[in-house]
Write a protein that binds this ligand. Structure first.
Ligand code: NAP
Length: 495
């Protein structure tokens, strides 16, 4: 029997960790500690400070539902989002629950005491419940490009931007043409002498339609909250349409493709450049990139799109696969993130010493992306298969936090000290998920960051975001087992 409320440790102080701290506080949980390895909260928005960084989901959806903001633009720039996250942490009074500058190295489940034991860079910590909010895109991926170590100038990843390197008047190479690159290149093009963009395979785009909110519109949004809610609902509806098109209703994709083609044709008249930027795979297979200035930038006289592939990096430049070498003073690696390890490099060991890394050797899997059999009282926010080609990650995180709250409620109702997803529930879910994923556009034959080199997809959610909300809101009867410490077989089933 237990009377006091559980203590909760949260790993990560980005949108997920700050949102968890606030939502737990609103439910009256007092013993909550968030660990953030950076010096400030903000997660990806603290790290991705490259020129042009901005969200690519309209801000009225890319915000907490409980903290509407007065954004300056339709798609707000990175520093404004960073300030928003910090402002939410301050305004909702959770800053004192966040330990910045502290990295969690490992977490081990103590079976006897029903506790998670955390080893951090500033000592040990115990908690009843562990929530990870590490994000999927936090570990920069640097490809093994021949000669990169011998390059004489600065070479850095977009997520580790070197603000001490002045790009003005320099010859710069940007490697990659994903969501980060299409923001960086237009932002730096006006100031650099040249920018060579190394494209391995092009991506489909749609017009972003970004604009600054006029004072009148800002005042209308402030005075008429219903207008902001309507805007949010319309953005959500469009994102749901895209989710349906990527998954069960792929017949819709050719319609989107028409707009993608139109954008290319409107901006680029050179047939050779058009050919280079036009993907040959199905619309939506890689993440759709929203942009208004990518193609116009590629037509500028100081920009060259190199699609021949990279042969090698030399000390003073890059040699493409055709043997041509271009002199380069700075290399920007817009090459994405190691997204398939989720909580790594943190080590998590559960019941009977099981290591999460081992459990996930073939591929990371989790029930609703949140729970793993053998790891009691552990919840993974934005965990395996909760990403999508559409939708707002903030919404996904809020759904996950809602699930954690539902689990905590059940534990309190049952006076249980532990909750663990049943293996059968996790297996049934995984079967259903894999069958649905196979039919999605992400598995239609392009390379994308969702699917690994063996064809496994630990990344994406194959249904709509309304379905995710519905499925995570409450615990499905029988999906979890609740137990007291002495209950060896966790026999007290839910429901
Ligand atoms: P990404 O989409 O994974 O793109 C990486 C790029 O690097 C791709 O063009 C890839 O080519 C290229 N690349 C990788 N290895 C290479 C190599 N060895 N040689 C040449 N090119 C190589 O990464 P990202 O642009 O950082 O975006 C990742 C995700 O972050 C996005 O999908 C999005 O979810 C998120 N994001 C969001 C925003 C936002 O506005 N909110 C902004 C940036 C990123 P291939 O395509 O051929 O693999």
């Amino acid at each position: 029997m237990r009377s006091e409320r559980p203590s909760i440790a949260v790993v990560g102080g980005g949108f997920g960790g700050v949102g968890t701290a606030v939502m737990l506080k609103r439910e009256g949980y007092e013993d909550v500690t968030v660990f953030e390895k950076g010096e400030r909260v903000g997660g990806v928005w603290q790290h991705n400070t490259y020129p042009g960084a901005a969200c690519d989901i309209p801000s009225h959806l890319y915000e907490y539902s409980f903290a509407p903001n007065r954004w300056s633009r339709r798609f707000s720039p990175g520093p404004e989002i960073q300030a928003y996250i910090e402002g939410v942490a301050r305004r909702f009074g959770v800053l004192d629950r966040i330990r910045t500058g502290t990295e969690v190295k490992s977490a081990a489940w103590d079976e006897q005491r029903n506790k998670w034991l955390l080893e951090t860079t500033s000592g040990s910590h115990e908690a009843d419940v562990l929530v990870t909010a590490c994000g999927q895109l936090s570990v920069p991926k640097v490809p093994p490009l021949a000669g990169l170590d011998d390059f004489e100038g600065p070479a850095f990843h977009t997520a580790e931007w070197r603000h001490d390197v002045d790009l003005a008047g320099k010859r710069v190479a940007v490697i990659g043409t994903g969501c980060s690159a299409i923001q960086v290149v237009p932002a730096i093009q006006p100031e650099v002498a040249r920018v060579d963009v190394y494209q391995r395979s092009p991506g489909w785009t749609l017009a972003k339609g970004d604009f600054a909110y006029s004072p009148v519109l800002r005042s209308l949004f402030r005075r008429l909250p219903a207008l902001r809610r309507l805007d949010r609902a319309s953005v959500y509806a469009f994102q749901e349409l895209a989710a349906a098109a990527f998954t069960r209703h792929r017949w819709l994709l050719p319609l989107f493709r028409v707009f993608g083609m139109r954008q290319i044709k409107a901006a680029i008249s050179d047939p050779e450049l058009r050919r280079k930027v036009t993907p040959t795979y199905e619309f939506g297979c890689k993440r759709i990139m929203l942009t208004d200035d990518w193609y116009p930038t590629l037509t500028k006289p100081n920009v060259d799109l190199v699609a021949e592939g990279i042969g090698a990096i030399t000390p003073a430049g890059i040699r493409d696969a055709s043997g041509a070498e271009r002199a380069t003073e700075v290399i920007v690696l817009a090459t994405g993130f190691a997204s398939h390890d989720f909580v790594a490099p943190m080590e998590i060991s559960g019941r009977d010493g099981r290591r999460l890394e081992e459990e996930w050797k073939e591929m990371a899997r989790a029930y609703l992306g949140l729970s793993v059999p053998g790891f009691p009282n552990l919840f993974l926010l934005y965990g395996p298969n909760t990403n999508g080609g559409s939708g707002s990650v903030v919404n996904t995180l809020e759904c996950g936090i809602g699930h954690v709250l539902a689990a905590l409620r059940e534990m309190e109702r049952a006076r249980a000290r532990r909750i663990e997803v049943r293996p059968e529930a996790a297996q049934d879910f995984d079967r259903e998920l894999r069958a649905a994923l196979a039919k999605t556009v992400w598995h239609s034959g392009c390379s994308n960051w969702y699917v690994d080199e063996n064809g496994n997809d630990p990344s994406n959610w194959p249904w709509t975001w309304s379905a995710y909300r519905r499925r995570t809101r409450e615990l499905t009867p029988g999906a979890y087992a609740l137990g007291e410490p002495e209950t060896a077989n966790l026999a007290q089933a839910l429901g």
